[in-house]
Design a protein around this ligand. Structure first.
Ligand SMILES: Nc1ncnc2c1ncn2[C@@H]1O[C@H](COP(=O)(O)OP(=O)(O)OP(=O)(O)O)[C@@H](O)[C@H]1O
Ligand SMILES: [Mg+2]
Length: 353
């Protein structure tokens, strides 16, 4: 199903929950709706689904204006974290619920439930009750329940929020596979950027009731277009006095600057022989083991910049003096974000993420 939201506004009391929200989604895409708490993600889903009515603006499904269409007629399935499963019903009855509402035959329902349990890789659990399932299993059953009536659009509101990190990772690749297999247009809400980046074809970033940016994970990562996105995506640290950094002296004043760990290359003192004039000195102020790498914080001209160091590289000690190249960072004012690169480094020697 194609989706279009056109200039949606929604006020709760005197709080503007959605402010001119517009976007379009192509059929079959898996979209990540990413933004901080309170930025309007759930409200967007509820309006799309017909559970909430927008104050102004239009919702189109497959090109048809559906403002007046009730939730049950929109052909949309949900997996909401907070709704969970009906605790007093078996897995079978949970999945069959929407089909019974549609008055499908007993045989049809039995076949469909069996098919869905196979799809979610939990065959044979028909008679269990939700409390007899793990969190991950419950969410898979919730997914099967949402899919049972063959919706044309699937909305998932932080479906894995209550699940621990490892299972959550497994579930998100599982979800990606499932959705690719059944090719249903889906919107997946999360405030975890890793989750959005890993799962989604495209990401819509919300902030304070507005859409900040829409794009593929790579586009958004490489080219944040607003100050909010520049700070929200990636592991950002603010830089003070950006014009004091070598290679950035000619930048205009008056902007704010943020940098990410991967925009910095760190060398043991005296080991780097190219682009010496662009080398900055830094002191190692902190080093944390991150499992697959070390996160090293360097003090550079009054800034504390986070960098990543491979476990294969020679270690650095607290207080050690090192050298670094700053490859690039983001500058922004109130409206726009720009990427700026180090003028003292030749493109041949740098790598860009
Ligand atoms: N029924 C309601 N009545 C009053 N205010 C509401 C209602 N629903 C949402 N809000 C407010 O609207 C804003 C957006 O809420 P929404 O639930 O859409 O945010 P969200 O992005 O889903 O946040 P989270 O990540 O915490 O789930 C919030 O400030 C919230 O308090
Ligand atoms: Mg929400």
């Amino acid at each position: 199903m194609d989706i279009k939201l056109d200039n949606i506004n929604k006020v709760f009391g005197n709080y503007k929950a959605l402010d001119q929200v517009s976007f379009e989604i192509e059929k079959g895409k898996l979209i990540g709706l990413l933004g901080p708490s309170g930025s309007g993600k759930t409200t967007i889903l509820r309006i799309l689904a017909g559970l909430e009515r927008q104050d102004t603006g239009n919702v189109y499904l497959n090109g048809i204006l559906v403002n007046e269409l009730s939730a049950s007629k929109r052909g949309i399935g949900f997996v909401f974290q907070s709704y969970g499963l009906f605790p007093y019903m078996t897995v079978y009855d949970n999945i069959a619920y929407g089909l019974k509402v549609q008055k499908k035959s007993k045989e049809y329902i039995r076949d469909r439930v069996t098919e869905l349990l196979e799809l979610v890789e939990l065959p044979g659990l028909e008679k269990r009750y939700p409390l007899e399932l793990s969190g991950g299993q419950m969410q898979r059953i919730a997914f099967a329940r949402a899919l049972a009536p063959n919706p044309k659009l699937l909305l998932l509101d932080e479906p894995f929020a209550a699940i621990d990190a490892k299972v959550r990772k497994e579930l998100r690749s599982w979800l990606r596979e499932m959705i690719t297999k059944i090719r249903i247009t889906s919107i997946f809400v999360t405030h975890d950027q890793d989750e959005a980046v890993e799962v989604a074809d495209e990401i819509i970033i919300t902030n304070k009731g507005q859409v900040e940016q829409i794009g593929t994970p790579i586009e958004i990562y490489k080219n944040p277009r607003t100050p909010f996105v520049a700070q929200f995506i990636g592991q950002s640290t603010q830089i003070n006095g950006y014009r004091n950094l070598k290679g950035f002296e000619t930048l205009e004043e008056g902007f704010r600057a943020v940098i990410r760990p991967e925009f910095i290359k760190v060398y043991k003192y005296g080991t780097k022989e190219e682009y010496i004039s662009a080398l900055e000195d830094g002191i190692v102020r902190n080093a944390i083991f991150r499992g697959d790498c070390m996160e090293v914080t360097l003090e550079v001209k009054g800034n504390f910049l986070k960098t990543l160091r491979s476990l294969d590289d020679e270690g650095v000690a607290l207080g050690e003096k090192v050298q670094l190249h700053i490859l690039r960072f983001y500058l922004f004012d109130d409206k726009k974000a720009y990427s700026v690169t180090n003028k003292s480094l030749d493109a041949a020697d740098t790598f860009y993420i």
